[in-house]
Design a binder for this molecule. Sequence first.
Ligand code: TA6
Length: 288
Amino acid sequence: MSLPPSVTLGRTPSDLAYLDIDSALCQARVFLQGAQLVHFQPKGLKPLLWLSPLEDFARGRAIRGGVPVCWPWFGNNKPAAEAPAHGYARTSEWQLVDVEDQDGEIVIELALPAGAVPEAYWPHASELTMVMVLGKRARLVLSTDNTGTAPFTFTQALHSYFAVPDINQVSVRGLAGSHYLEFDEGPFEQQGPAVVRQEVDRMYSVEKPLQHIDTGEGLIAVAREGSHSLVLWNPWVEKAKALAQFPDDGFKTMVCLEAANIQADAVTLAPGERHSLVTEFYWASSQD
Ligand code: TA6
């Protein structure tokens, strides 16, 4: 496949392949494992995504940071105890379908190979594709097609890790009035902006398709399509110590705000139907 001049193919010492983008609009890096965007920096602005400094890119292990793809289930909403949390998409090698430079925006299409999820856990005929549009904004479109003859239901998330200078300065706006579950308790109503001063692992049911992360030094806009649920997560002190590829103090400089289809927002697709989950993020000049 020929790549545009602003896109090059690289490999880690552990032999994981990635695309490096250096265009007029942004710098970015996308791993073929997991179709995972791990770096996104609009030109002249700060990086938006957090990537663990301990990440060593072992094949078949989820990359800690950027935007992991959780599919065909979210978290431990899984078909068997021994199945991996967050499904198989993020640990599988995706096929690169197309890369184009469209008026300065880099458009990358990837597809999850058939059979990536063991049939015992996923006895359905489906196709999963990711289309990324990388320019001044990052737009990720995760599409599931039911190519079989029977309906199926799945949960999913685009598990975005955002970079912040200091978690104690962070607030998340646009959640007020929505309800969330946390640590299997609730629902609770969100009063005002959400802040992180302890471990937070909240599953929000929220109609508003746009939230803002006030980092204390700027506003990150996070828009969703095809989703009425999102996850706000920070492991805080104790869980950070227990997480793989995660520095003990990593919780201080990251927050996850994840476009999702979870709980009552799980997706059921009839034969021939498609569902797309979209997250789009960028530096906002104001509360747009
Ligand atoms: O999205 C929040 C969450 O489900 C947390 O419960 C925590 O498990 C996090 O994802 C990270 O999961 P991972 O499997 O990547 O360590």
